[in-house]
Design a protein around this ligand. Structure first.
Ligand SMILES: NC(=O)c1ccc[n+]([C@@H]2O[C@H](COP(=O)([O-])OP(=O)(O)OC[C@H]3O[C@@H](n4cnc5c(N)ncnc54)[C@H](OP(=O)(O)O)[C@@H]3O)[C@@H](O)[C@H]2O)c1
Length: 314
């Protein structure tokens, strides 16, 4: 009998982390360890190493991050950059010290240079600075990529960075201050419905276009990458499903039964006009195209999870 593959996930209570824990729970031969931030605060240089000495891992999947929507990025640039860079340092040092042979990290499309040709390809990651609103976060992600590459060369750790496009799903942060456009719009519409208001404000002009990835699909792809040894470096993970902010917020309104007005505020930042990833390398690595949950269905599940959570908290 072979012993199970031990997978340690950081950020297991987050949007992608919960989806990944669910996805792995259905796989045979995998033992999933997902310590909470209280058990292993990654800003503490000693905690992850102490955990790994007690509970060794074959693969470390580093998803933990200080991240959020555009408002969060704009209000906490230094704190986010610091936290994400320190977490990367502590994760790779713990992996080295405890002999973890393989690390998979969540990188982000926000690491891409603002001026790189679209769709973004892995080889253009270093061709300039990211868009200013997300640069501190994006550069911390690039720091992790560079550190991972150095650890692979010096310490022989196999390191893969999955460069995710914007994600959403059931376990999103339904939080106005921190949420990305989908959870933030869901919260705003729910509040308007509760107060009987017919007007909801949306940041920016509505014209930027975003490729969106359902977290459950991202988790499935992460497991496929995990099962395929020998993949290292950066791999874009996108769905090919691209929508304007106006379309996304309109679909949320109709899913939630809101027939009031969505009012766009162009005085608020738009962020990058278009974010879309080239996934040629992903398809080659996984041996073909992936099937993705249709956007409308993923949105219905996300709104359903939000409604259930709201009902439970009352
Ligand atoms: N969401 C997106 O659209 C998107 C797009 C591209 C890339 N990514 C990347 O994908 C990964 C997962 O994103 P997500 O949306 O799932 O993030 P999330 O929902 O915000 O979850 C972040 C996770 O990190 C944990 N964490 C934060 N600080 C920590 C610390 N000091 N020590 C230990 N754990 C800590 C959080 O724990 P608590 O719950 O206890 O705070 C939470 O479990 C991140 O690396 C993110 O940068 C996300």
């Amino acid at each position: 009998m072979t012993s199970p593959v031990r997978v340690l996930i950081t950020g297991g209570s987050g949007l992608l982390g919960r989806a990944l824990v669910r996805e792995l729970s259905s796989r045979e031969g995998v033992l999933t360890l997902a310590p909470s931030r209280r058990e292993v605060d990654l800003l503490d240089p000693a905690r992850l190493g102490q955990f790994l000495w007690r509970q060794p891992a074959d693969v470390l999947v580093h998803l933990a991050a200080d991240c959020g929507g555009i408002g969060y990025n704009v209000s906490r640039p230094a704190s986010m950059m610091h936290a994400n860079a320190v977490m990367a340092l502590n994760v790779f040092e713990a992996a080295r010290a405890c002999g973890v042979p393989r690390v998979i990290c969540a990188a982000s499309c926000d690491a891409y240079p603002a001026g790189a040709g679209l769709p973004w390809r892995e080889e253009s990651l270093w061709d300039g600075l990211p868009e200013p609103t997300s640069a501190p976060y994006g550069l911390a992600k690039r720091f992790a990529i560079s550190l991972g590459d150095a650890c692979q060369r010096e310490h022989g750790i196999e390191v893969l960075h999955l460069v995710f496009i914007n994600m959403f799903g059931e376990d999103d942060r339904f939080d106005l201050a921190r949420g990305h456009v989908i959870p933030a719009t869901i919260v705003k519409i729910a509040e308007a419905q509760r107060r009987g208001e017919r007007r909801v404000e949306v940041w920016g002009s509505g014209s930027p276009e975003r490729e969106l990835l359902y977290a459950a699909d991202a988790a499935r792809i992460t497991v496929q990458a995990l099962a395929g040894p020998g993949i290292s470096g950066c791999l874009n993970v996108g769905s090919g499903s691209v929508h304007t902010i106006r379309d996304i917020t309109g679909q949320i309104a109709s899913t939630m039964g809101f027939d009031g007005d969505l009012v766009f505020d162009p005085s608020r930042p738009d962020g990058h006009p278009l974010k879309v990833l080239d996934t040629t390398r992903l398809r080659a690595a996984l041996g073909g195209p992936s099937a993705f949950t249709p956007f409308g269905e993923a949105l219905r599940r996300t709104v359903g999870a939000f409604r259930r959570r709201e009902a439970g908290s009352r």
